[in-house]
Write a protein that binds this ligand. Structure first.
Ligand code: AMP
Ligand code: MG
Length: 412
């Protein structure tokens, strides 16, 4: 070996050892982080962590999607609340005769804008589309007035959801981007900008609903319920679904990420405030359970639901409320059971009416199936074409309730 080659091999050995040391340090740090980060994310449900940690740190899979969805729903809710307080809500009738308001269109524009800014390749199954607005300049301008004046009070939070929409055309395009056919491949959001529009018009409950599914499986679900009480412990009463306001003490944001539990927090107007975990209430005595159902008899069969409750010995009258506020309410134990029994054999439930609520209830310890005991299948397109109705209840009693549902339906 020449002195030169010895010098070369010695120095390359030194460089090699240096690399091994750096590599080992990196590997150990990475291993420690991998162990620690999931725990941190669980702990975040219980501890008061700095706001920045909640809003900017990637703590678990879908944490960014969750943050964007929560802030987008919060921003859209500011818009819907403005319309809720207006006498004239710019209502038009859709082809299926169901109502849609300027609040529905405006909320859909804001939420799709937020999704597209953050996840440009994602698809969206949104309830509304803008064709009727493209010819109706009066209605379109009313919506634009609302959309351009709605911001989150926290600049950083508003930036996360894409800031202002630039023009009327951009707003219409955002609304029309909710045209995905759905399905079992890739990342698809399901959006109902105002679920329970009839309740919204009547002064009842309504919800701004957003969920992300990946390959047909719901991974993130968020529900903004401006007219539900903030307090998770406030039990439902017969009045919970009628003559509602969004006054002080009202407005709740429910969220869930698959495998990470469900939470609630006050529905704010700026950044996200602290959340707490929610759980379904164990039903010790079914006769004392609180049933929830639609206000609209045309959406679910009040008669069948009454027969089932009677057969189970339930003594309390059912609580009727519009929208996925029913899912949120049972998920936090304010009510116990949600039944939605088909009125028409040919009706296919829409995925945006159930996606967020289904995940929130399951992550809170509940079971959600159709009347045949099948999990809701969101992978079939824009509708739940493989399902009939909904039976949502705490796991421990779901089987018992499903049996009675099937007995009652079999007698028809
Ligand atoms: P809810 O407020 O729980 O009564 O549900 C409101 C949703 O019911 C609306 O968003 C509609 O998509 C949906 N809907 C409309 N017609 C029907 C029907 N015949 N059966 C079930 N759901 C329906
Ligand atoms: Mg709806």
């Amino acid at each position: 070996m020449t002195p030169h080659s010895r010098r070369t091999s010695k120095s390359s050995l030194g460089f090699f050892s240096y690399r091994v040391i750096i590599f080992s340090i990196l590997a150990v740090t990475l291993a420690a982080l991998t162990k620690f980060v999931p725990r941190l994310s669980l702990l975040s449900h219980h501890l008061t962590l700095p706001k920045t940690l909640f809003t900017t740190t990637k703590m678990f899979t879908y944490s960014k999607e969750l943050e964007v969805a929560q802030l987008a729903v919060q921003k859209a809710s500011i818009l819907t609340k403005k319309v809720f307080h207006e006498k004239a809500k710019g209502t038009i009738s859709k082809d299926d005769t169901s109502p849609v308001t300027i609040g529905d269109f405006g909320a859909q524009a804001l939420i799709i804008h937020a999704i597209k800014k953050n996840f440009p390749d994602d698809e969206i199954v949104g309830e509304e589309e803008a064709s009727s607005l493209r010819n109706d300049t009066k209605l379109r301008d009313l919506i634009w007035g609302l959309v351009k004046d709605t911001t989150l009070m926290d600049d950083d939070a508003d930036k996360i959801v894409g800031g202002p929409i630039k023009s009327i055309d951009a707003m219409l395009d955002a609304i029309d981007a909710g045209n995905s056919a759905g399905g079992n491949k890739g990342r698809i959001w399901a959006l109902d900008p105002i679920d329970g529009t009839k309740g919204f018009l009547r002064g009842g409950q309504y919800a701004v609903c957003l969920a992300l599914m990946v390959d047909g499986d719901i991974k993130v679900g968020v529900l903004g319920c401006p007219n539900l009480p903030v307090d998770d412990a406030a039990s439902l009463t017969a009045e919970s679904g009628v003559d509602q306001t969004d006054a002080e003490g009202k407005g709740v944001l429910f969220s869930a990420v698959s495998g990470h539990g469900a939470t609630s927090r006050p529905l704010g107007t700026a950044g996200l405030v602290k959340s707490q975990p929610i759980h379904m209430k164990p039903v010790k005595d079914i006769t004392q359970a609180t049933f929830c159902e639609s206000v609209e008899a045309g959406h679910s069969s009040h008669g069948d639901q009454h027969a089932i409750a009677t057969k189970l010995g339930v003594t309390k009258p059912s609580v009727r409320m519009d929208s996925q506020a029913k899912y949120g309410s049972i998920a936090r134990g304010a009510g116990d059971i949600y039944l939605r029994l088909p009125v028409r054999a040919d009706y296919q439930e829409k995925i945006w009416d159930h996606a967020a609520g289904d995940l929130i209830v399951r992550e809170a310890g509940g079971e959600v199936t159709d009347t045949l005991g099948r999990r809701l299948d969101f992978s079939k397109g824009r509708t739940l074409q493989e399902n009939k109705g909904v039976v949502a209840a705490p796991k421990a009693v779901h089987g018992n309730i499903l049996e009675v549902v099937q007995e009652v339906l079999a007698k028809k």
